[in-house]
Design a protein around this ligand. Structure first.
Ligand SMILES: *Cc1c(COP(=O)(O)O)cnc(C)c1O
Length: 439
């Protein structure tokens, strides 16, 4: 399997290069040159398979030229050591609970898989690899956790002091082992600037091997297709068409679903569900793609004004608005609507949504209401992706449903630990000196 850049200005690369590089030299995103079809026998049997077994079949079909099945088995079993159940909410609406991993958000799936793939490809290298990440909260903890204890790799996370929630900070600063948190006296933009500058610093890159764990890495995308297959397997005995609603920010998650469909998963439609940052739904409605500065909302992991995976989305549909509209529908919701959905689902169905999942739920409901005018939606099943545990957004959730919620065991564990960070000014020379001292 080789990978081309969506900008098509560079030669194709192998998996190792795509994973280590992250971004192509022409700044495009890597895509597989060929998407294999899974055999009919796979789809006939998925109900009998566990999540790692499904992941093994999918990843082997995609990556078998570059990795042995045994290596892939180890990687998927280590990465997917938690369940991703489909839970009925009401009628024909189901929640795909992606939050049972170590940091309680769906990014665990991609980050854990990527960490192990990167370690696999660099295991023979004598050099230590340093993964450098800037985070505004959630991504950093999933990445750090994904790499925790992975041999040969050190992770340095930069986060803005005083600008992440208590639980987020604990998730970043209490891991120990090969993870270091730098508490930067500045904003998230400062952190991102420092990281970019480090990647461009030739002198520094000669002294140490730096890698990014960016969310556009193909190694984070591929595993995000596994759970669409697993979710489908859990409802397929109902014999109805399946629609997925994916709360979207950078569109990595939904692109994983599209990949699953290209490999043969019979998904009827995908719904791209957003908050006020509705750049893609707007594109689907009007045909104009107009990135703009992001707006702050209560579903802040989706506060993205220029979605990074849009290039992949367009590439998958040959840049055709008509084609993309046949498979993807877009809906957006305000914060007030999001809160109302959370209240409604809690009061009527006793299910606690986080603000992101609430948007996925709302999108399904809206889709079915529109379908009802045309046909009977009982013929379809809707699955929304519940991308984070409600306790990750405890203030918004408790305030909205007016009820205390339980903090899951893994999150509680972080709260009890002692924060350890290195405070640093937002000054590049300070960062560079620190990195060199660790090399
Ligand atoms: C990152 C994130 C999203 C958005 O996922 P994309 O792949 O960027 O579209 C949605 N919900 C939560 C909780 C997230 O952390």
């Amino acid at each position: 399997m080789s990978f081309y850049s969506t900008n098509k200005q560079t030669p194709v690369v192998n998996l190792k290069e795509a994973v280590v590089k992250g971004l192509a030299d022409d700044n495009g995103l890597f895509m597989p040159t060929h998407i294999p079809q899974l055999p009919a026998s796979f789809f006939e049997n998925t109900q009998k398979l566990t999540l790692p077994e499904i992941a093994l079949e999918v990843s082997t079909a995609l990556l078998k030229d570059e990795m042995s099945r045994e290596d892939l088995r180890t990687i998927v079993e280590d990465s997917l050591n938690f369940d991703i159940p489909v839970v009925p909410v009401h009628d024909n609406i189901y929640s795909l609970e992606l939050f049972h991993g170590p940091t309680s958000a769906f990014k665990d799936v991609g980050a854990r898989f990527m960490a192990r793939l990167l370690a696999h490809f660099t295991q023979d290298s004598q050099k230590q690899i340093t993964v450098l990440v800037a985070t505004s909260g959630d991504t950093g903890s999933a990445v750090a956790n994904g790499f925790l204890g992975v041999p040969g790799i050190n992770v340095v996370i930069l986060y803005p002091s005083g600008k992440v929630s208590n639980i987020q900070e604990k998730q970043l600063t209490t891991l120990g082992q090969n993870i270091t948190a730098l508490e930067i006296e500045g904003t998230f933009d400062d952190c991102q600037y420092l990281v970019k500058k480090a990647f461009l610093d030739k002198d520094l890159n000669q002294k140490m091997q730096l890698t990014s764990a960016n969310s556009i890495n193909i190694a984070r995308l591929i595993p995000q297709s596994f759970y669409y297959h697993y979710a489908y397997a859990q409802v397929k005995d109902k014999g109805r068409e399946v629609v997925f609603a994916t709360p979207s920010g950078n569109y990595g998650n939904i692109t994983g679903g599209l990949l699953a469909k290209r490999m043969g998963l019979p998904v009827h439609k995908f719904i791209a569900a957003t908050n006020a940052n509705d750049i893609v739904p707007e594109y689907l409605h009007t045909g104009f793609f107009i990135p703009r500065p992001s707006e702050h909302t209560i579903s802040n992991a989706m506060d993205v004004g220029n979605p990074s995976n849009f290039a992949r989305l367009m590439d998958m549909y040959d840049n055709s608005l008509e084609k993309i509209r046949e498979e993807i529908i877009g809906y957006s919701f305000t914060d007030a609507e999001t809160r109302q959905l959370m209240q409604e689902v809690y009061q009527q169905y006793d299910y606690v949504l986080d603000p992101h999942g609430a948007i996925g739920y709302g999108a399904l409901k809206k889709y079915f209401e529109e379908q009802d005018r045309i046909t009977n939606n009982e013929q379809q099943i809707g699955i929304f992706l519940e991308t984070a545990h409600p306790a990750k957004f405890i203030d918004v959730v408790e305030d909205t449903i007016n009820q205390k919620i339980e903090i899951p065991f893994n999150l509680q564990g972080y709260l009890e630990k002692k924060k350890e960070s290195i405070r640093m000014s937002a000054d590049y020379e300070a960062l560079k000196d620190y990195l060199i001292s660790q090399a």
